[in-house]
Ligand binder design. Structure first.
Ligand code: BTN
Length: 243
């Protein structure tokens, strides 16, 4: 069902997975796992910090030819839910922060970097890069509020075991997507959404405002209502939540 390629060191597992796709050398369910990334990538131009051998650094390859490109945020939900299933068995207070960060106790446990390619109206291939902080207890970069599972549970995690569990959980939600069970996925995602329906401080450029999250639009946009009952919709990274 899936196949894990373990690398000692690589620039970025997402880059490696993209090369496998380009050279038609990987089936769906191929997972690239590494101990260390020399150039781990976060969203936009951010780097992703991870000490060697401590954390999960992996990229999963999908060929979701059945999925219309306009529904690509569904796959982002699927991956977030897979990570949520794993983390919430280990510790309490796990939440999914829109669009796809995992928070525990308001701190960042995991990030996801999804890269898509589209062919005609549907998705052709997707690389879902996953970074979960497992055993690292000191973080050097200025990334906001990083935290690891070990800091909550005191346990030492076997990275390869976690990789298998997370991949299984992600593919279980992917099957729901393949079956077209959008509403089941939407409901699970909204139930775990960080600050859903709570008053929250947001930042958009120099503007700061209070709003509550009403829900997620059909293309994955954040739908909010502010103090003057104005409904505002935001695309990814157009707005930032102030934690
Ligand atoms: C974020 O900024 O929150 C996304 C972080 C994604 C990090 C993971 S680690 C494995 C994969 N390879 C990368 O270079 N990035 C992703």
């Amino acid at each position: 069902m899936y196949n894990i390629i373990l690398l000692n060191e690589v620039d970025s597992t997402n880059n490696y997975a993209n090369h496998l796709i380009m050279s038609e050398a990987a089936e769906e369910g191929t997972v690239v796992l590494t101990r260390y990334q020399k150039m781990g990538r976060g969203y936009a131009t951010n780097a992703w910090e991870s000490a060697a051998g401590k954390n999960l650094l992996a990229s999963i390859i999908f060929y979701p030819h059945f999925l219309p490109a306009k529904d690509q945020f569904m796959l982002s939900k699927v991956v977030s839910l897979g990570l949520y299933d794993f983390a919430s068995k280990e510790t309490a207070d796990v939440k999914i922060k829109w669009p796809n960060d995992l928070l525990v106790d308001n701190k960042k446990l995991a990030g996801i970097l999804i890269e898509n390619s589209v062919k005609g109206p549907n998705l052709e291939s997707v690389v879902a890069g996953i970074g979960i902080n497992l055993n690292q207890t000191v973080f050097l970069s200025d990334a906001p509020n990083p935290v690891s599972l070990k800091q909550f549970t005191g346990k030492e995690y076997d990275v390869q075991e976690v990789c298998k569990t997370v991949t299984e959980r992600v593919f279980s939600w992917y099957e729901e997507l393949r079956k077209g069970n959008y509403s089941k996925i939407d409901l699970a995602y909204i139930n775990q959404l960080y600050r859903h329906e709570e008053w929250t401080l947001f930042k958009k450029g120099d503007d700061r405002f209070e709003a509550r999250i009403l829900g997620i639009g059909e293309f994955g946009q954040l739908i909010t209502e502010d103090r003057s009952n104005r409904i505002r919709t935001f695309m990814f990274k157009e707005v930032e939540m102030i934690l």
